[in-house]
Design a protein around this ligand. Structure first.
Ligand code: SF4
Ligand code: FE
Length: 483
């Protein structure tokens, strides 16, 4: 396994082409806007080195028997699935941000079982190629970006019907030695902190979309791939040099537009090439795993937000007010409900044909559907407890100012024993989580990441088995089966 320092160093060896606010950046690792997101991924290496987290952060490779980072592991049991969620909660607590590495873990687990089933049915050899990649990934302890979401253009039209044919990633050429792909993937979490990209189709495809039914891996800095970095609310505060106003100085997350400008992919890195009938299963499983993931990571971030709200109440001297106690109870209740779903869909997981365990898809979708709602309510309650000062407070520069600093110190003091700076720090953290850079991960990503709410409702409709429920009702009510 890589140490945290080796991970950081390995990223420096890559030749990323990334644009940040209109400028081509040579060294993303040390860019002040990108760096906190790298720190979050780095934490997935750091924690794996600590004996107290070994059980959650590492696993035994079913391929080599070696100890590997859990992010490179294929789940071999329901216990593995549960540990995954616990690991994500832990990392959410430690970073209060999106630590990005889960997309690759979820992608390898989905691609494993689907390529196995493809080969069984079609006599193809995708699974062998995938296993070879996985061996390297485990050996090198790579961070892999699971890339699914295409730009999609006109949502009323399928991939091949778009006015611009590149709005879904597609195969533009098949050669003897491989394929050439073009298109883009949107909102790519952790792209610039990844060594490799694992591309998957974004929707269930039909015969006419077969050029779009493509899955492959590519080095994240491969020839022809470039990135345009996503903007986040309050991101330029990171350029100011202070540490209070950013709310969370050390950690963050990122998303980027990933563009494939005629990228050559050798056959050994291709895991699907036109087998459109398997694209739906790949989407469903990747989305299912990632919906499970949210029952861990968002809960960990929620733990930090609840703690911050409780501290804000303490610093205001309001901790004994019964309505504040009740609001904190409500936040805990909502947060643990998310966790319960993450654990439940894992405990109810089952073995697929390849041997890799899949979660219970209905419960994973219920988990994510709750995530589209509860973090918003938790954030609302945190803002309620924090008070309006969270968004009207002066800056760190005012606090540090030789003249007006004393005024800030005096008038923004809560409880006499607590320095004003502590109060400002905790309010800025709540601001960061609910309105700032981390709000991408805690709020909007809770809504749209791993699929927007409607995507889960479609799966819930499909998996909910209303027919069987009608039969149950008939049996109790004394209605004949044909009634
Ligand atoms: Fe991991 Fe959560 Fe970020 Fe997805 S949103 S990559 S599950 S931390
Ligand atoms: Fe996500």
């Amino acid at each position: 396994m890589k140490t945290a320092e080796q991970y950081e160093e390995s990223l420096r060896q890559l030749h990323f082409k990334v644009y940040v606010q209109g400028e081509l950046v040579e060294n993303p690792v040390d860019h002040p806007i990108i760096r906190p997101s790298m720190n979050s991924v780095k934490a997935t290496y750091e924690l794996a080195e600590l004996p107290e987290y070994e059980d959650l952060m590492t696993a035994t490779s079913h391929l080599t028997g070696k100890k590997i980072n859990r992010f490179c592991h294929l789940h071999q049991s329901t216990e593995d699935l549960i540990k995954k969620v616990k690991m994500q909660r832990l990392l959410g607590q430690k970073t209060a941000a999106c630590f990005q590495r889960c997309v690759g873990m979820d992608a390898i687990n989905a691609v494993d079982s689907v390529t196995y089933e493809m080969d069984q049915k079609l006599g193809t050899h995708y699974h062998e190629r995938f296993v070879q990649f996985l061996l390297n990934m485990q050996e090198q302890d790579w961070t892999v970006d699971g890339a699914m979401t295409d730009p999609k253009g006109d949502r009323g039209l399928g991939p091949s019907k778009q006015a611009d044919p590149d709005l879904y990633v597609r195969i533009v050429e098949q050669r003897e030695d491989g394929i050439v792909v073009r298109g883009a993937k949107c909102h790519q979490t952790g792209a610039l902190n990844s060594h490799w990209i694992l591309v998957m189709p974004t929707i269930s495809m039909t015969q006419e979309d077969r050029d779009y039914a493509v899955s492959f891996v590519a080095p994240a800095d491969a020839e022809g791939i470039f990135y345009i970095y996503g903007r986040q609310s309050c991101d330029t505060r990171k350029l100011e040099g202070g540490d209070i106003d950013v709310g969370n100085k050390q950690f963050g997350g990122h998303e980027a537009l990933m563009v494939f400008d005629n990228v050559f992919i050798p056959w050994e890195n291709v895991f699907m090439c036109g087998e459109y009938e398997f694209s739906g299963a790949l989407v469903e499983r990747f989305a299912g795993y990632h919906r499970q993931s949210y029952g861990g990571c968002k809960v960990g971030v929620g733990d930090v937000l609840i703690g911050a709200a409780a501290l804000a109440a303490d610093y205001n001297g309001a901790q004994k007010a019964s309505h504040l106690k009740d609001k904190l109870i409500e936040m805990v209740h909502l947060n643990e409900t998310l966790y319960a779903c993450g654990i439940a869909c894992s405990a109810e997981g089952y073995k697929t044909a390849s041997g890799t365990y899949l979660i219970d898809l209905l419960l994973a979708n219920v988990c994510k559907q709750n995530v589209t709602r509860f973090p918003y309510e938790i954030a609302r309650l945190a803002e309620d407890i924090a008070g309006g000062l969270m968004v009207t407070m002066p800056s760190e520069k005012d606090l540090r100012h030789p003249v007006i600093g004393k005024v800030v110190e005096k008038y923004f003091k809560g409880v006499a024993a607590v320095p004003t700076e502590y109060r400002m720090r905790v309010l800025r953290l709540i601001e960061n989580l609910t309105l700032g850079t981390a709000a991408v991960g805690y709020r909007t990503e809770s809504m749209h990441g791993a699929g927007s709410p409607q995507a889960q409702r479609i799966m819930i409709a499909r998996q909910g088995n209303i027919t069987q429920k009608k039969e149950l009702a008939k049996a109790i009510a004394g209605i004949p089966v044909q009634g």
